[in-house]
Design a protein around this ligand. Sequence first.
Ligand code: ZN
Length: 238
Amino acid sequence: MNRNVPLFRRLSASDQHELLGHIQVFLAEKRFEGCGGLELTDEMCVTIAAQACLLLLHRETDYFPRLLTILVYPSTYMAEEKRHVEGPVWEEGRMPRLGETGRRLGAMVLAWDAVKSGAADPSDGKNVVLHEFAHQLDYENSADDGTPALATREQQLSWHEVMRTEFASLRAADETGIPTLLDTYGATNPAEFFAVATEAFFERPRMLRANHPRLYAELQSYFQQDPVEYSADRIKTN
Ligand SMILES: [Zn+2]
């Protein structure tokens, strides 16, 4: 665990304990399958489970109820994709994929090389497991609209307001080519925005809190945790 998920060491003792409990349930409930010749090991399953279950800490939650099977491929694979370029322009073709999941699939595909490198550097802002499992959280309330199940009407209102503004500004930054902390893939649609923001929240919390305080606060209230407390990221000044 410490070797493949260095973040684990930085968690408090009680969080580590809670996470280990979630991992047990997760491993018992989900089916893992090695694909494309991958020899699946316990270490791989635990590395995936640990990062997925980080999203569940401190919350009254189910274990990604729509997900039954996790298919693990050895490395980043090519898939047909339609990607928004700008305005009405879409580009179609074979693009490298690190992972994917869908609301009706009941399955998730992950590339082991991407899982491993995502976990190895817990503060580069990129983490395919956090990204794909954020999509699964989004599906819990049936729509894949970038809004997970929120407890109160008040929380929903504030969430929609903040996400709409932040999504619009990422879209604008994407169109003008201004460099952003959030991966501009999040400008694709609100569902991708939530997944990308989740990656930043756990991997670049200090930067996110400094640059997008309202977005940080919404995610903090939803996830019931403050990754600044255990993150290794640093504020970069330039
Ligand atoms: Zn996505």
